[in-house]
Ligand binder design. Sequence first.
Ligand code: FES
Ligand code: FES
Length: 174
Amino acid sequence: MTSLFQEVSPGAAEETPTRQITVTVNGESRTAVVEPRLVLAHLLRNGLNMTGTHTGCDTSNCGACTVLFDGKPVKSCTMFAVQADGHEVMTVEGLAGPSELHAIQEGFKEEHGLQCGFCTPGMMMASKALLDENPSPSEDEIRWALSGNLCRCTGYQNIVKAVMWAARKLEDQG
Ligand code: FES
Ligand code: FES
């Protein structure tokens, strides 16, 4: 067991039901004890200290909390942590290799695809899901794939350019 996380309601510690779950996060098996009401985003941020996953709205609107769940993009504020038991989750912390940035991260850097950076982890994970499925997307396909992710700095044009940059880099890498 590499991590233990228990969220307890004030005054209800004794009666609060919990469940032990094991989730593979960025390739590493993590075990936690959670309340059934705990959402995945909060397990990642507060239980596993993976604060790269941002929470902007907690209502499935903004996409800042997007992670890959068994390879598919999900808004982690809309899932309970217990639903991730036995599954694989990839967060933005899992994108880069040990010594170099992922092409998507490079693309955001090269094309100035971020301003405040709040939306960036979710944008990157939604982009990863897109490029895994469609390695050379059109501009329209990128816009569609990122349509569930909001950028309050409104930097959409450069975000699209960043994804196109990453697609070219990944193609060059073979
Ligand atoms: S925090 Fe999950 S969609 Fe906004
Ligand atoms: S860069 Fe600020 S919200 Fe997108």
